[in-house]
Design a protein around this ligand. Sequence first.
Ligand code: ZN
Length: 204
Amino acid sequence: MDFPSKLIENAVGELSKLPGIGKKTALRLALHLLKAETDTTATLAEALAKMRFDIRYCDTCHNISDTAECSICANKLRDHSIICVVSDIRDVIAIENTGQYKGGYHVLGGVISPIEGVGPSDLQIDSLVERISAPESEIKEVILAISPTMEGDTTAFYLSRKLRDFAEVHISSIARGIPMGGELEYADEITLGRSIVERQRQAK
Ligand SMILES: [Zn+2]
């Protein structure tokens, strides 16, 4: 792609480094900013820089936060006896968006992956164990909400081994089954099999 201006070329080059943004989209965004008020670009640049430099992670659950304690950990109305363990901050956002969960979280920061050289010590696993074993801990249930990939399953298995010494803490994992709107005949055998084995009794 040839550009009439080095300045546009640079901007397009930087924008197209972002995931999901190709050169064409990057050019569209750059031209959009050129047409908009100069304030738009200044505000955007400032918001991005501020996010990048000022963001923090919650000392307790490692969720993204503006302060040392995130808004979920600080919320007294939530049930802090339950912790939902997820691999990534995006999972917290996804679960929060369901509006169905009112407990706390623990963000691991990834999954165990020998291929990518990620071991248990690279993840927030020790801090999870510390949270549960702290004398003031009120944790009664840990929900393992980790994606059912090979690495995810390895991580969940590792965690359940690590947590099984806490006899008073119930370990559960999220249900796996047929997605809403999914057709049974198109479900893979493992998912369909699990859905039958882990069926739920209907309330009468
Ligand atoms: Zn937190």
